[in-house]
Every structure is written in structure tokens, then in C-alpha cells.
Design a protein around this ligand. Structure first.
Ligand SMILES: Nc1ncnc2c1ncn2[C@@H]1O[C@H](COP(=O)(O)OP(=O)(O)OP(=O)(O)O)[C@@H](O)[C@H]1O
Ligand SMILES: [Mg+2]
Length: 332
């Protein structure tokens, strides 16, 4: 049995519609009109024990809505969700014992309490045995560098300090399944690194099952082997990161610096000009069709080149291609 099973899952929201102008607003008060918005639509996927899955998509794709259904906060409009065999909405209490959640956009800690008081409370709510709690707290204090924060109320913490505290609070009861919805949003690189290391150490090496939603593809590259990409509420890619890198990574880019303003040159098959700016020419080519040396010699025969460099596409570039419909084109 998979840890997370999602079948034909759908979620519709009723969104109030307003006509423009004062008259429209008044009419809306008396006779409100609603339109159905499909946030998640016939979603299917499974996650096995111990996997760390990256869940990505553009703003509004339906990621947080999915996570809310997986945690039991929202009830699906259609389809089924099972987490450790349970229905997370109907069996909310049992489900909550087994999961840890971080929503990067909002805090779940008690605003006025010192961090240690929040953590003590959470440990009590979850019945964590005192010896176990002491051990985990010591460990987290070290890995998340919480020592100087334990007595500080959450309201007085910086964003990065708050996020480290959130992670500790989400994992103090050592859950089997962890949902992280943008855990590194707005953080500087050093805090991001610390959080990634923590996730690797605390979740990865302890065999927790993790779904990680993020716009930071660095998080994905460091933590996940598998990604699920969603768009308009349904899955457009589900598989290993390496497969998309291979499939879409067949493009390379060469940038030429030219002695004079670059004009678009005639190019061999499989190559196209991406940009021709002042003394700079950027070319993309399919390395299964052409080669860097062929492109370089073709361009050099047409203009004076002072320098050039070759670059590999990174995951960000590849994902952008997929968002822009590269998958549809491949399938046709
Ligand atoms: N409570 C709600 N009522 C009405 N519409 C909603 C509600 N929550 C989400 N939506 C809509 O559902 C769609 C999906 O939203 P969701 O928050 O799941 O996106 P997301 O993928 O998490 O985006 P982001 O990357 O911006 O966090 C959006 O169009 C959003 O406006
Ligand atoms: Mg979201």
C-alpha cells in the first residue's frame, strides 16, 4: 500500500462574481452570483514510504489546495484521498497524529508564547514520551540552531527564525508523513541551506514520506529524486528529475561576443537564435542534431567573434519549457 494515494481528486470553489461599478456591487449584495472554479481537477498520484517528492507548478496551479486536502483541512469535491490508508478529512484526529505540516505563508505557533512553551505544548498534545521529547528537542536545538530562540516569543522572531521554529514544531512528534508548503519562501541563502540540511537529516534519513511544495528549484534539486508538476489542477509530469533533465536537457546554449553588433547568422539545422543584442549573440541548439563545434565554426565564418561560452540548461530553464507547453509538443 502506498503512503499517499490520490485518485481522480477534484476541488471546486465557489467564487463570487461582481459586475463592475456601484450598481454591480449593489446588485451583488442582493443577488450574489457564483461561478465554480476548479482548483484541482482529476488528480492522480501515489507516494511510497520514504519518498521525498517535489510538488511544483506555477502560482494558482492547485498545489496548496492539494496539500490542504491531504492534511484533511479541506474536503474534496470529488475523488478520493488516502493517507496511510485513512481518509484525512473524515479521520482528521487519527490522521493528525501521523503527519507534520509547515505552511511557509503562515505560522502555526502561538504568537505570544516563547518557542519552548509552544514546543512543550505540542509535545503534550501529541503525547510524546518525556524522554523522547528531551532527546528530539536537544537534537533540533542543535541542527536548527534554536538555542538562543527557545525563550523568545514567536512574534519577535525574524522570518528565518520563525521558519526554523515552525520546522521544529512540525516534527517534534516524529510524524510518518510530512507536508512542507514553501518552507523556504523569502529566506536568505544561508537559512535555506540550513533548512534543506535539516530536511535531509531529519526526514530523509529517518524514512519519513515528504511532499515538498516550492518555487525554489534549488530545494528540489537538493532534496527530491521525483517531481510531480501540476498545471491547472492536474498532473502534467510525474517522474524522476533525471528523466526530465535528459529529455529536455538536450538543448545547449552558446553565447558569442562579437567585435561588431551581431546580426542573426545563417545556422545549421537544429539551431536557433535566442537573442541578438549589442555585440552579443545567443544561440540554442539541439545536441542530438548539431554540435557546439559546428555552430561555432558556422558563426565564426560569418562574423568576427571575440569570445564564446557554452552552457548547460538548469532545472529552472527546463521547468519553464514544460510550463510553456514543451510536454504537449513532444507528445504530438
Ligand atoms: N478558498 C478559496 N476560495 C476560492 N478560490 C480558491 C480558494 N483557495 C484557492 N483558490 C483558487 O484555486 C486555485 C489554486 O490555488 P492554490 O492556492 O492551490 O494554488 P498554488 O498552486 O498553491 O499557488 P501558489 O504557488 O501561488 O501558492 C487558484 O486559482 C486560487 O485562486
Ligand atoms: Mg500555494
Amino acid at each position: 500500500m502506498s503512503v499517499i494515494e490520490v485518485q481522480e481528486l477534484g476541488k471546486e470553489f465557489q467564487v463570487p462574481q461582481k459586475d463592475p461599478g456601484v450598481l454591480g456591487a449593489v446588485r451583488g449584495l442582493f443577488r450574489p452570483r457564483y461561478e465554480n472554479k476548479k482548483a484541482v481537477d482529476q488528480l492522480n498520484f501515489q507516494v511510497e514510504a520514504g519518498e521525498i517528492v517535489g510538488y511544483i507548478g506555477v502560482n494558482g496551479a492547485g498545489k496548496s489546495t492539494t496539500i490542504k486536502m491531504l492534511t484533511g483541512i479541506l474536503m474534496p469535491s470529488s475523488g478520493t484521498v488516502r493517507v496511510l490508508g485513512r481518509d484525512p478529512h473524515k479521520q482528521r484526529v487519527e490522521n493528525a497524529r501521523e503527519i507534520g505540516v509547515v505552511f511557509g505563508q503562515r505560522t502555526q505557533l502561538w504568537w505570544d508564547l516563547a518557542l519552548i512553551e509552544s514546543l512543550d505544548l505540542i509535545a503534550k498534545i501529541y503525547d510524546v514520551p518525556p524522554a523522547r521529547y528531551k532527546e528530539v528537542l536537544e537534537q533540533f536545538t542543535e541542527t536548527l540552531e534554536l538555542g538562543s530562540l527557545l525563550k523568545v516569543p514567536v512574534r519577535n522572531m525574524s522570518l528565518g527564525q520563525k521558519m526554523r521554529s515552525e520546522l521544529a514544531a512540525a516534527l517534534i512528534h516524529q510524524p510518518k508523513v510530512v507536508y512542507l508548503d514553501e518552507p523556504t519562501i523569502g529566506l536568505d541563502l544561508i537559512v535555506k541551506e540550513r533548512i534543506r540540511d535539516f530536511i535531509k537529516k531529519e526526514c530523509g534519513s529517518k524514512g519519513m514520506t515528504v511532499m515538498l511544495t516550492t518555487h525554489d528549484l534549488g530545494d528540489i534539486e537538493e532534496l527530491c529524486q521525483r517531481v510531480i508538476i501540476i498545471d491547472n489542477g492536474h498532473v502534467i509530469y510525474d517522474g524522476p528529475i533525471n528523466t526530465i533533465k535528459k529529455r529536455f536537457g538536450k538543448f545547449r546554449e552558446i553565447t558569442f561576443e562579437t567585435a561588431e553588433n551581431a546580426k542573426a547568422p545563417t545556422l545549421p539545422a537544429g539551431a536557433e537564435v535566442l537573442a541578438a543584442e549589442e555585440r552579443k549573440l545567443q544561440i540554442r541548439f539541439d545536441r542530438t542534431v548539431s554540435s557546439a563545434s559546428k555552430i561555432a565554426s558556422t558563426v565564426m565564418s560569418q562574423m568576427e567573434v571575440t569570445d564564446f561560452s557554452l552552457s548547460e540548461p538548469d532545472l529552472a530553464g527546463i521547468v519553464k519549457q514544460i510550463y510553456n507547453g514543451a510536454l504537449d509538443m513532444e507528445e504530438k
